[in-house]
Design a protein around this ligand. Sequence first.
Ligand code: CDT
Length: 309
Amino acid sequence: MREVVVGGAQMGPIQKSDTREAVVERMIALMDRAHEAGCDLVVYPELTLTTFFPRWYMEDQREVDSWFEREMPNEATAPLFKRARDYGMAMSLGYAELTPDGHHFNTQILTDKTGAIVGKYRKVHLPGHDEFDPERSFQHLEKRYFEPGDLGFPVWRALGGIMGMCVCNDRRWPETYRVMGLQGVELVMLGYNTPSVNSQKGDEGPEKRLFHNRLVVQAGAYQNSTWVVAVAKAGVEDGHPLIGGSLIVNPDGEVVAEAKTEDDELIVHPCDLDACNFGKETIFDFARHRRIEHYGPITGQTGIVRPKE
Ligand code: CDT
C-alpha cells in the first residue's frame, strides 16, 4: 500500500477587493485543518490567490499584470510556504504567472514536503475569447490574458508515486489525462473556476455544470486508472456565481469525497496509489490494447473533418 492522504482545499469566493494576504490567511486555515486530518498533500484551486479576473475586460496591461505573480513564493505567499514546510505537507496551488521575460500563464505548481517547488504545469486548453463579446452574459477572457501553456503535460515522481497536474478546462479533454496516463500517472491534481451558468446558453445552470464536472473527472480517472482530485473556487464573486462540487475520484472512477458547500471547505481521502495498478495492468494496459495506427487524427488535426456529402 502506498497511501497519500489528500486534502482538497475548496475556496469560497474571492472578491475583487480582497487582498492576497487575506486569501493566504484563509488558505492557511484550510492547511491547518488538513494537518489535523493527517494530510500529506493539500490541493488548492485554479488562480487561488485572486478573484477569477478573466471575467473582467481590461485594456490597460498594467492593470492586467496586477493580477499576476512575478515570483513564487513571494511576499504574500511566503507564510503559506512556511506553514507547509512546518507541517511537512506537500501542496499544489494555481496562480497567474508572469515570467521574467514577460509571458503570461495560468499555472499550477506542486511542492514537496520541504516546501520546494518540484513541478510546474501551465494550462494548455484556454477557454473563452480574446475580445469583448457583447453577445455573452459575462466575459471569459482567458485567451486575452494568457498564452497556452508551453510545458505539455509532464508528470513528476513525488510522495512515493507519479503525480500530474492540469487546470480547469483541461479536465474536459481526454487528451489531457491520456498524455499523463501514458507516463503512468497515479494522482492528477487540478483546480477550477467554473461559472454556474453558461454565458452563451442561459438555460444551462449549476446542475448541468456540476454533472459535467463529475462526468469528465470520473471518466478521466477511470480511463487512465488514476486518482483525480479536482478542487473548485466556488460561490459568488462580485455577483458572478461559480460551482463548488470539489471531488476526489478513485481509479475505478468512483467519487470518494465531495464538497457540500460553496465556501472554504476541506475534503479528505486516503488515496492508495497501488489501487491504480489493477486497471493499468488489465483493461487499460495501454501497451497491450492501444491501437495507435488508428489514432492519427487526434494529433494530426484540430477541427472536425466530415465525410463528403
Ligand atoms: N477556468 C476555466 O477554465 N473555466 C472553464 C469555463 C468554460 S465554460 C464551460 C471550465 O472549463 O470550467
